[in-house]
Design a protein around this ligand. Sequence first.
Ligand code: ZN
Ligand code: ZN
Length: 253
Amino acid sequence: MRNALDQLLLPAECLLCRALLPFRDSQRVVCDVCRHRWRPVRGPWCGRCGQPEPLFGRCRLCADWPAALVLARSAVWLDAGARAAVHALKYRGLPRIAADLASAMASLDPPGLAAAWLVPVPLGAGRLRERGYNQSDRLARALSRRWNRPVVELLVRTRDTATQTALTPEARLANVAGAFQVRSGECGMRSEDRPGNSALRIPHSALERPLVLVDDVFTTGATLAEAARALERAGARTVLAVTFGRAVVPDFT
Ligand SMILES: [Zn+2]
Ligand SMILES: [Zn+2]
């Protein structure tokens, strides 16, 4: 509602450079010029994690990933402009910028996409309450419109990292075991999930499809690997991952 009002009352301008957007682009948040400034992540890269190849030896970034996670790709390097766009998505209450970010991700086109389902990386309950939406879910839904593939909220995050210190030793142990769980009757429904909630009824056949994890930023891949591990434990065979941004991390070798 507020977005709709904003669009009626204010001429639309690019979030990043403040240029006025042409009328046909008034739904957008970022102008063409700024989007073209985003620097695509290109090869040569590790065929699995999509990180530029190390000078010597094997890629270490993805060496410990669960076997099911076969491929991860990011659309653009997280330079200043791309970082500002992610910031707007996460912290400035601008979820409709997800469409602009998804337009940069659309060409990632992971293998097996024609049969795949998209799985947003979930937020913890506290973070979700604060933000009011899950940015990865918004990205997945924007991608879903471009790729014409469904979004399934297969994963739940079992903890908010900020509250970790307040947990009991037992809960901490559970944390080590992984921050994500698959939600589905067949895959071990948690006791607090109410049966009869249609959002939770996910067919087991979902796990036989290629699953594409969607997240905003890839830094070391640890979150995606953890999410993929949960899917793998539940029986998923092939997990792929796509993110909008890739952070430049210090050399791993
Ligand atoms: Zn601009
Ligand atoms: Zn790698």
